[in-house]
Write a protein that binds this ligand. Structure first.
Ligand code: MG
Length: 465
């Protein structure tokens, strides 16, 4: 699968923007009518699940989405505030025609967004996004007559069903017996509604920080970057907990902190889950984007599995899992896709799996991580004007020495010593993203710096012409 070029409205993960700048109430209304029209093409009064995150603008935008969908003839089932994966899961198991989630995931508080979900719980395909974009831009949305409007209903107990489904996928008894102590940091987001309760039901002792929902994100910004997780690391150490877990704003990602208060990035937790999964499911294929560490492949091969590489972006992982009938996917940013539950990234499911790994092994997280192959990774950004974005990669390709260049998404350039650098244009912002990996911190820093300079020079040269 290759990465698709950016479209106008939908980015890597739905429609995103700053409230009342990119994302206005009028635009959200027109978009919702377009979404309702899309779902209504094949079925009369299609049933759509609607959820929203804890942002200050989310209830207001959710009201607009509900109105737009009703005006286009849909039956809207409002689930209220919930993590994105809960809405995806409920859309699927309640056999609805689709879902809409109002969220800007990990973006800062001023952002919001709309994610459209297919009946199988996965984000709709790029092809369907284009159909909605066409309806929207040509103003071809349906506005039903007074006697054909849809209706607004609500669903109860959705989160109980969701938590129960996760519990059923892990060894509840073993987890319960190991009496793990865990600190949960949901970033004042909707993860507060699920993960602390789930862990308590699994018999863990729970401490929470930033677990009151507040769209101002007073505790920390919603992206679980190392800089934002200092309080969690401290809380794990001070409380002598076994594990810390941090979610992003809509709780589809989980980053773990070990018992020493050290952040263990998403590649590492994914590698442990891959190892655990392949022991019980030998020969399976593991799906992950090209930005992931080669450690994933080493662990997969070592345990009799195989890796399928995809472009960067969670919908690519989900769709590849469905197409290839793969049961496990993961991303370096803490996204775990567990097929037996639902093939979308899910922070609560990831947490339950990590508790299961710790419970079954009887080991501390730092001990488990220590046994993994060691690689060092860096993520960087290089600003690049939008109109030059498409020209950079070709120039770069002719300017580098490499043992192998992969083009699944951007350019993944392999060096002689086994290190690599991935250079790809951002789907949403005027910049290039760089991912690098090497065997030492010094090497990875030098590699990233070299390419940052090279790309900046290429941009300058093109501009001069
Ligand atoms: Mg998210």
């Amino acid at each position: 699968m290759k990465a698709k070029s950016a479209r106008k409205l939908f980015g890597t993960n739905g429609v995103r923007g700053i409230l009342n700048k990119d994302l206005t109430p009028q635009m959200v209304l027109d978009l919702s009518e377009s979404i309702g029209t899309f779902f209504g093409r094949t079925i009369d009064s299609s049933k759509i699940l609607l959820g929203w995150d804890g942002r200050t603008s989310s209830p207001m935008l959710a009201d607009i989405v509900a109105s737009g969908l009703v005006n286009a003839g849909c039956k809207v089932y409002q689930a209220g505030m919930a993590p994105t994966p809960a809405i995806q899961f409920l859309t699927k198991i309640q056999s609805l025609n689709g879902g809409v989630m109002v969220t800007a995931s990990h973006n800062p508080p001023e952002y919001n967004g709309i994610k459209v979900i297919d009946k199988d719980g996965v984000e709709i395909s790029p092809k369907d996004e284009l159909i909605i974009e066409n309806i929207y831009s040509k103003k071809k949305y349906e506005r039903k007559d007074w006697n054909h409007l849809g209706e607004k209903l609500s669903i109860q107990d959705g989160l109980d069903t969701y938590r129960e489904a996760i519990r059923q996928k892990v060894d509840e008894e073993k987890i319960s017996k190991s009496k793990l102590k865990i600190v949960v940091d949901p970033a004042n987001g909707v993860g507060s509604l699920v993960t602390p309760y789930l862990c308590r039901e699994l018999g863990c002792e729970i401490i929470t920080i930033n677990a009151n929902i507040d769209g101002n994100f007073p505790g920390r910004l919603p992206e679980p970057t190392p800089a934002n997780l200092e309080s969690l690391c401290k809380a794990v150490k001070v409380s002598q907990a076994d594990l810390g877990v941090a979610h992003d704003g809509d709780a589809d990602r989980a980053i773990f902190v070990d018992e020493k208060g050290q952040i263990q990035w998403g590649d590492k937790s994914f590698a442990l889950i891959v190892e655990h999964f392949l022991r019980n499911n030998p020969g399976e294929e593991i799906v992950t984007p090209v930005s992931s560490s080669q450690m994933i492949e080493i662990i997969a091969l070592r345990n009799g599995g195989k890796v399928i590489w995809t472009p960067v972006g969670s919908p690519y992982v989900s769709r590849t899992m469905i197409n290839k009938k793969a049961k496990l996917g993961g991303e370096e940013n803490g996204g775990i896709f567990y097929g037996p539950h639902i093939p979308v990234r899910d922070g609560a499911m990831a947490t339950a799996l990590m508790l299961e790994i710790m419970a079954l092994s009887g080991q501390k997280l730092s001990q488990l991580i220590e046994k993994l192959p060691r690689y060092f990774n860096i993520k960087e950004k290089v600003p690049c004007p939008v109109n030059l974005k498409s020209k950079i990669l070709k120039k770069l390709e002719s300017n580098v020495k490499a043992t192998k260049i992969e083009t699944i998404d951007g350019l993944k350039i392999w060096q002689k010593d086994g290190s690599w650098i991935l250079v790809r244009p951002s789907g949403t912002e005027p910049l290039y993203r760089i991912f690098a990996e090497a065997e030492t911190q010094e090497k990875v820093e030098a590699l990233a710096l070299r390419y940052k300079k090279l790309i900046t020079r290429i941009i300058k040269n093109i501009r001069r012409k």
